[in-house]
Design a protein around this ligand. Structure first.
Ligand code: URA
Length: 255
């Protein structure tokens, strides 16, 4: 007889039987199913007394985020407040909180959409292929995250959405108080929003093809919408417009 306590041995035996074509589990002693009652006996049940409905306290994730963001006194405090924020489901699936890169206090703050796989792994924004293009773009106008004329980079969402899906409107809305506080603490002169999601969050508008290159105003700063570098990788012809926008940014900084 096989030792029943040996799980692995039993599993191997079962696998072997399945391989031989066994499809049903049978017991050692035969069961006369005709002699069994057709239906299990009905249990007498008392009418259940409905449990009193206790209204769940409605949590407004935007209000929770606003309170947490307002309490942050510096960028480290803001990072900690975001790390402690439990209302966004994306946090559960992410490896890292992606907060920022570059130089806080830089004249230009770049706001992207959300981390991708590489950013999630490294905990830094724009480090994948799109990020490499972003670096080249700013390098072309003498700027960069570690350059003499630095930039500061963050995203609307600090956690990677599963399968890089688009962030949902409620996810954007609940993270915006943190973005607003991030801008206030980093205190850039100008903001560049990369792509539709960042435009939607910061400017409240979508339609990057029309918006790009047109300076707007939000969070008390001039805002320049630009094509997202990931879009430029898929549509290299649009790099011409991106170059025009970079020159517009450069001119604004000089002017
Ligand atoms: N795309 C973004 O918008 N942000 C990143 O950090 C990476 C890719």
């Amino acid at each position: 007889m096989t030792d029943m306590s040996d799980f692995h041995q039993m599993k191997a035996l079962l696998d072997w039987q399945i391989e031989l074509g066994a499809t049903d589990a049978i017991s050692d002693t035969p069961v006369n199913r005709y002699a069994l009652e057709a239906k299990p006996p009905k249990l007498e049940t008392k009418a259940a007394t409905p449990a009193p409905v206790v209204p769940m306290a409605e949590v407004d994730p935007v209000a929770v985020a606003r309170k947490a963001a307002e309490a942050a006194g510096d960028l480290e405090g803001l990072r900690a407040a975001m790390a402690a924020f439990e209302q966004c489901e994306l946090k559960k699936g992410a490896r890292n909180l992606v907060f920022s890169d570059g130089v806080p206090g830089a004249r230009v703050m770049v706001i992207g959409e959300a981390p991708g796989r590489d950013e999630d792994q490294q905990g830094k924004p724009f480090v994948g292929r799109a990020g490499q293009l972003l670096d080249k773009m700013f390098d072309a106008i003498g700027m960069g995250r570690a350059a003499e004329t630095p930039i500061y980079i963050t995203n609307i969402l600090p956690w990677r959405p599963p399968q890089n899906r688009d962030p949902k409107p409620d996810e954007i809305a609940m993270m915006m108080p943190f973005v607003e506080k991030h801008v206030a603490l980093a205190a850039p002169e100008l903001i560049v929003v990369m792509g539709n999601i960042a435009c939607q969050g910061v400017l409240g508008r979508k339609g990057i093809t029309k918006l790009r290159g047109n300076w707007g105003e939000a969070l008390g700063k001039p805002v320049l919408p630009m094509f997202h570098p990931a879009y430029l990788l898929r549509n290299p012809a649009a790099k011409r417009e991106a170059w025009a926008d970079l020159l517009s940014l450069q001119a604004r900084l000089k002017g």
